[in-house]
Design a protein around this ligand. Structure first.
Ligand SMILES: *Cc1c(COP(=O)(O)O)cnc(C)c1O
Length: 408
């Protein structure tokens, strides 16, 4: 059986899958309970290294904390990436608790409250301004605190990015200020005490088509350079967004990162640097940095037959890893890569369905998957659990205990 590329990245020790050099059986004893999430520090470091080696050196990397806000993960990445993007006050606190300087933290999101804006102004992070109304409220927070707020205008582009799992730009959006309204907003901002650092575009997520991402980056650069002409101060910050996808299922072809690197190199050399030699240019990534670096580890609690079909019932489920059950916005449910982690070297022997412990048919983790023969006590892992796992799942649904998280 050919291995999914994500599965192949994890080491094997003594016939077991290993995370951070620890075989999963021993890891389960160390954690003390199943299910749990385990993230591999070495894989995180390697992923940043791959991006550094492929993207141009003067493009900075920002990590979007919402993909995985575990404080230990954020702290590990703070030494590796250049910036953090946060989307709530609590994410901002996690970012500021790390070694990342506040000036490298940006705060995006459409519904920032006055209290959050005040915290952000006091912290000195860059607020990615999402509307004219928000601009006014940031101004009030700055005046109340006697601090000049640092902002970047999030632009809703006048184009859409095809092929994204989630579209967040183009057409009407709750995100950002429509591109055609930005010149007037910039004019208004020139008369205020806001420090306008530059611009941000984030047009979509989970895109596996490098050619489409390249085109989006090209159009983003053109749009932002055009808007830079209307800025009240020299533009010092250009956040080009991201949207780099990862291969969740067998049908997904991994992203051609080299194509994106070549395209960005040309864009920086020919378009950005001649116009904005000093600007901090940023690519903002969540799942691409962390998604493939984590697994969700469950234990088989029951093995049963029903009218010719074999079920492995595990002690985890969709309440922790919603995406793997196909209920996280997917149109068609497809299996995430799955394995019997303590029998990782054994040949696949039978077709089974792996289900979670919740009392709902939605809790399906592996539908007719081919695995080595497994039974009660064996450890079943789901790959692709490093991003949008625990914090993107309905943990309170059916009131089961919360899983542990470890970074190795
Ligand atoms: C969600 C989000 C990201 C990260 O998206 P991924 O698909 O995980 O890369 C980055 N920037 C903003 C503004 C976001 O909302």
């Amino acid at each position: 059986m050919t291995q999914h590329p994500t599965a192949a990245a994890f080491a094997r020790i003594d016939g077991q899958l290993a995370v951070g050099g620890v075989p999963v059986g021993r890891l389960a004893e160390r954690v003390g309970s199943t299910p749990f999430f385990a993230y591999d520090r070495g894989l995180l470091t390697g992923r940043v290294g791959l991006l550094r080696a492929t993207l141009p050196a003067d493009v900075q990397l920002s990590y979007a904390i919402k993909a995985n806000p575990m404080p230990a993960v954020v702290q590990h990445l703070s030494g590796l990436v250049d910036a953090f993007d946060v989307a709530s006050a609590l994410e901002m606190r996690t970012a500021l608790d790390s070694t990342m300087p506040a000036t490298r933290v940006s705060f995006a999101g459409p519904g920032k409250t006055d209290a959050e804006l005040r915290q952000a102004v006091a912290a000195g992070v860059t607020i990615e301004l999402e509307s004219e109304n928000e601009a006014r409220r940031i101004g009030l927070a700055g005046a109340a605190l006697g601090i000049r707020p640092r902002v970047a205008v999030r632009v809703n582009p006048d184009f859409a990015v095809k092929g994204s799992g989630m579209r967040m730009g183009g057409g009407p959006q709750q995100f950002g200020v429509d591109a055609e309204r930005v010149p007037a907003l910039l004019k208004d901002l020139a008369g205020t005490d806001l420090e306008v650092l530059g611009f941000h575009v984030f047009a979509g997520s989970q895109n596996l088509r490098a050619d489409i991402i390249c085109e989006a980056q090209q159009r983003t650069v053109e749009l932002l350079l055009r808007l830079a002409g209307d800025a009240p101060e020299p533009v010092r910050y250009l956040n080009l967004g991201g949207g780099f996808g990862i291969p969740y299922t067998d049908r997904d072809v991994p992203l051609d990162l080299a194509m994106i690197g070549d395209n960005l190199t040309t864009l920086m050399r020919d378009e950005v640097r001649p116009r904005l030699p000093e600007a901090r240019v940023v690519v903002e990534l969540g799942r691409y940095l962390v998604g493939e670096c984590g697994v969700y580890v469950t234990r088989v609690v029951d093995r049963k037959e029903s009218r010719g079909k074999t079920y492995l019932v595990v002690d985890g489920g969709m309440h922790h890893q919603l995406a793997a059950s196909g209920n996280f916005g997917q149109v068609i449910r497809r299996n995430y890569p799955i394995a019997v982690a303590n029998r990782i070297a054994e040949e696949p022997a039978e077709q089974v369905s792996v289900v979670g412990s919740l009392c709902t048919p939605l809790d399906l983790l592996g539908d007719n998957v081919t695995l080595p023969e497994a039974g009660v006590g064996d450890l079943v892992v789901l790959y692709q659990a490093g991003a949008y796992g625990l914090t993107a799942s309905p943990t309170a649904f059916l009131s089961h205990p919360a899983p542990a998280e470890v970074l190795l």
